[in-house]
Design a protein around this ligand. Structure first.
Ligand code: NAD
Ligand code: KPL
Length: 303
């Protein structure tokens, strides 16, 4: 059975290269014939690891291809996920499994709604990768990926292929709790780093703002039934800030590079979930509004 990777960006390429070099069958699904031609001209994907680069001639097709897909890694941004899956939904076999590598929450439901009866497995990753050129990916930070089934079914046998490919992963019995917890970290840290124009560690100067957000985020998690994910949120957020003190958050990097952010699937999702749960979350709402204004000011989408 072959893996199809839709979204040959940073994380998708990182996964594809590691699967390919472990002799796991994998192919890329590129957007259109023009991208496929460009890819073929490059002869494959180049992975840069610890300063060494290696070219992997991974097979590829484009969205117009009609071959059935049995196992898909959807590795695009959260705001692209619904449209991307719509382009391949008709090719998924009835028993197809889809791993969703999107950050935040909301996109997983948008995808699952289009795939009734198919197994959708959300993932949450702390690995770091970026592109330093077309068809080139730099493995920038060791991390870990949690994968799980919100319906609670058993772990798939193909996790062995990830093991063989040295993709560090754990099957999570409660993937939604993990996604909520990560969303809370991202809401407490990322928007403030954008608004204050600072590295994660410099948030110590805005201690009160971080703490006030953590209080509301814990309230939100509990209100949304994620009681365990709310435990020790303040101290964990500060632990993450310390551990990543020298880094710029992913949202800071997106704004600095003039890229669209995943705001709707992070702070936007948090505020909407709070409203549905009839919670008063003034700090989160004000932060969402300030961030949207900031994005407007930079000519970036506010959603
Ligand atoms: P990316 O922008 O580098 O790659 C996404 C790729 O998907 C792009 O190549 C884009 O062209 C492609 N794509 C989008 N729509 C498509 C379509 N319809 N058809 C074909 N291709 C399509 O993104 P990324 O950094 O790999 O991030 C993917 C997800 O993983 C995001 O939600 C991100 O927050 C999360 N994440 C990324 C990292 C990281 O270090 N890069 C770490 C943790 C989590
Ligand atoms: O995941 C992150 C990001 O930058 O997106 C951390 C480092 C946890 C900060 O929120």
């Amino acid at each position: 059975m072959s893996w199809h990777v839709l979204g040959a960006g940073s994380l998708g390429s990182l996964w594809a290269c590691r699967l390919f070099r472990a002799d796991v069958q994998v192919q890329l699904v590129l957007r259109d014939p023009r991208r496929l031609t460009a890819y073929r001209q490059a002869s494959g994907l180049t992975l840069v690891e610890q300063g060494h680069s290696h070219l992997y001639p991974i097979p590829a097709s484009d969205l117009q291809d009609s071959a059935p897909i049995e196992r898909l890694l959807l590795a695009c941004k959260a705001y692209d996920a619904a449209e991307a899956i719509a382009a391949v939904a008709h090719r998924l076999t009835p028993a197809a499994e889809v791993v969703l590598l999107q950050n935040g929450l909301g996109s997983q439901d948008e995808v699952a709604q289009q795939l009734p009866g198919r197994r959708c497995l959300p993932a949450s990753s702390t690995e770091g990768a970026f592109r330093d050129g077309d068809w080139r990916v730099v493995f920038a930070g060791q991390g870990h990926t949690w994968i799980g089934d919100p319906c609670g079914a058993a772990a798939p046998a193909w996790l062995q292929e990830l093991e063989r490919s040295q993709i560090p992963h754990t099957w999570s019995a409660d993937i939604l709790a993990r996604l909520w917890r990560k969303l809370a970290f991202n809401c407490a840290i990322n928007p403030l780093t954008v608004l204050h124009g600072c590295r994660n560690g410099e948030l110590v100067r805005y201690h009160e703002q971080v703490d006030a957000l953590c209080t509301e985020l814990a309230e939100l998690l509990i209100g949304c039934g994620q009681v365990e994910a709310a435990q020790k949120l303040h101290s964990e957020v500060w632990r993450v800030i310390e551990a990543t003190a020298a880094n710029y958050s992913s949202m800071y990097q997106d704004v600095a590079a003039g890229r669209r952010t995943e705001i709707s699937y992070l702070l936007g999702y948090a505020c909407a979930a709070g409203e549905r749960a009839l919670l008063q979350l003034p700090q989160l709402k004000a932060l969402h509004q300030r961030l949207q204004e900031h994005l407007d000011g930079h000519g970036l989408p506010r959603y």
